[in-house]
Each structure stands twice: as structure tokens, then as C-alpha cells.
Design a binder for this molecule. Structure first.
Ligand code: 4GX
Length: 251
């Protein structure tokens, strides 16, 4: 899969792209990342890309010319058609695992990293196919969100993670939070690893993990339980916990 990233600060991607899994995926040719400096497409004397907003007010807006030229250059290079053009912005659709899975089905993705107060609305209307937000907080630019999207999408592609990991992705998907994990030593600063995990009883271990996934999700993210595919066994566990809670005497 090929990612074209339009940015004023290509150097912000150096760390994420040259480390760990994304580094290996690029070396193996599973992903290709093309960083495009929007400033290179500015045609004015000082190569500026921003301007003051019509109607007045604080801040600057990225103008349409350089951005459009950069997008058209990239899309034109590959024969466009189904090219998704993503704009990272707080007004966008909340990024999710489901959206990452949808994007992982594309051959190319173009990501636009805005700065200042944003981009000229006409570019948004005519060139952008998807507006994406990574969360309800305000960042200084779209680079970190773009890196998040590239990371989440790339790890879903065949050959990026190990075989085993991709199977888990299939079966568990996103519905429940992870159960607690432990590794050696068995005792650390007086804290023991739960006995069942040392027992070698695979069925007991599976039940313990499922139970703790359910309990964590109930405690921290009950909203996720609505979309989760729960077995009869899962429902029995949750029913029992909720009954115990309901019978607490809080007076
Ligand atoms: N999830 N920001 C983008 C400038 C901007 C504004 C509007 C285009 C249109 C953010 C987020 C985020 C701050 C990145 C404003 N560019 N992006 N930037 N949260 O906060 O995606």
C-alpha cells in the first residue's frame, strides 16, 4: 500500500517511519510512504502557503493553490479514480479500528496535514473524500494524526505483523478490552502472577482471560459492550457481576 503525505513538516514523520514495525514494513516493500512538502508547490515569490482569512479574525488559512497543485500532482501520477483523500482535522469523523480496516482495503491513501486555522473550504469541498479526527483535543497540525492513521492502517496489512497476531485481529476485532498480561518473574516485589496462568490448563486460562476482558470492559468502557459479540457464557459472567453489584448495601 502506498501512502502519500502532504505536509509542511515532513521531518515530523522521520521517527515513526524509521522505527520498529513501520521501518520493517517499508524495508519489505509492504508499504511505501511518499512525503510531499506542500511548500514545494507554492508558486509565489516567498513560497508561502498561508494567508489571512477573508472576513477577518485571528490566525491564518492554508490557501487553495499550493495544496491543490500538490494533490493533483500526486493523484495524477497514479491515475486517480478511487484515490481516497484524507484530511486530518478536529471536525472529522472519529478515527476507529473499523475505519482503519476500511482504509486498509485501499491501494493508495493521500493524507493532508493542515496547519494554522485549517485549509480553504473550497479544497475541502472539491478534493477531500474523508475528514478524520483522532480525538477531541486540539493539536498544532495534522502530522501526528496522519502518523496515527498510517500506523493503525499499516499494521492491518498482510505481512506487517506476524501470522499469529493477524489471526487474533480476525477473531477478537475491537469489541473488548485486553485482559491483563504477565511475564517472568513469577513474583515481582511481592506481587504474584495469577496462579491459573502458571497452571498449563488451557481451558481455565481461556476462561480467566475472557472473564477479565469482560470485567475491564464493564468497568472502563461499558459503551463497548453494546457492540461486542457476547456468548451465553459471557452474558452469564456479566449477569453474575452485575447482580453482585446490585446487591451491595450502599446505605
Ligand atoms: N485530529 N488538528 C489539524 C489544522 C486544521 C484545521 C482544520 C485542517 C482543517 C486534529 C485532531 C487536530 C488541529 C490538526 C488543527 N487542518 N486533527 N489542524 N484532533 O487537532 O485530527
Amino acid at each position: 500500500m502506498r501512502f502519500d503525505i502532504l505536509t509542511l513538516f515532513p521531518e515530523m514523520f522521520t521517527g515513526p517511519l524509521t522505527s520498529s514495525i513501520l521501518k520493517r514494513a517499508r524495508e519489505r516493500g509492504v508499504i511505501e510512504v511518499n512525503l510531499v512538502n506542500i511548500r514545494d508547490y507554492s508558486t509565489n515569490k516567498h513560497h508561502t502557503v498561508d494567508d489571512t482569512p477573508y472576513g477577518g479574525g485571528a490566525g491564518m488559512v492554508m490557501g487553495p493553490e499550493a495544496l491543490t497543485n500538490a494533490i493533483e500532482n500526486v493523484v495524477g501520477r497514479y491515475g486517480q479514480s478511487s484515490h481516497r483523500v484524507l484530511l486530518m482535522c478536529p471536525q472529522g469523523r472519529p478515527f476507529s479500528q473499523a475505519l482503519a480496516m476500511d482504509l486498509a482495503g485501499e491501494k493508495n491513501l493521500l493524507l493532508i496535514c493542515g496547519h494554522y486555522e485549517g485549509i480553504d473550504e473550497r479544497v475541502r469541498e472539491t478534493m477531500v473524500t474523508d475528514e478524520i479526527s483522532i480525538g477531541d483535543y486540539v493539536l498544532t497540525g495534522g502530522e501526528l494524526p496522519a502518523a496515527v492513521v498510517v500506523d493503525a492502517v499499516a499494521r492491518l496489512l498482510p505481512g506487517v505483523l506476524g501470522e499469529a497476531a493477524s489471526f487474533e485481529e480476525e477473531s477478537f476485532q475491537t469489541s473488548l478490552l485486553e485482559y491483563p498480561h504477565y511475564t517472568r518473574p513469577r513474583e515481582y516485589r511481592g506481587q504474584m502472577v495469577p496462579e491459573v496462568l502458571l497452571s498449563g490448563h488451557h481451558e481455565e486460562i481461556r476462561k480467566w482471560r475472557r472473564r477479565h476482558s469482560l470485567l475491564r470492559t464493564l468497568a472502563r468502557r461499558p459503551d463497548l459492550l453494546e457492540q461486542a459479540e457476547l456468548t451465553r457464557e459471557d452474558k452469564a459472567i456479566l449477569r453474575e457481576v452485575l447482580q453482585d453489584l446490585a446487591s451491595l448495601d450502599l446505605d
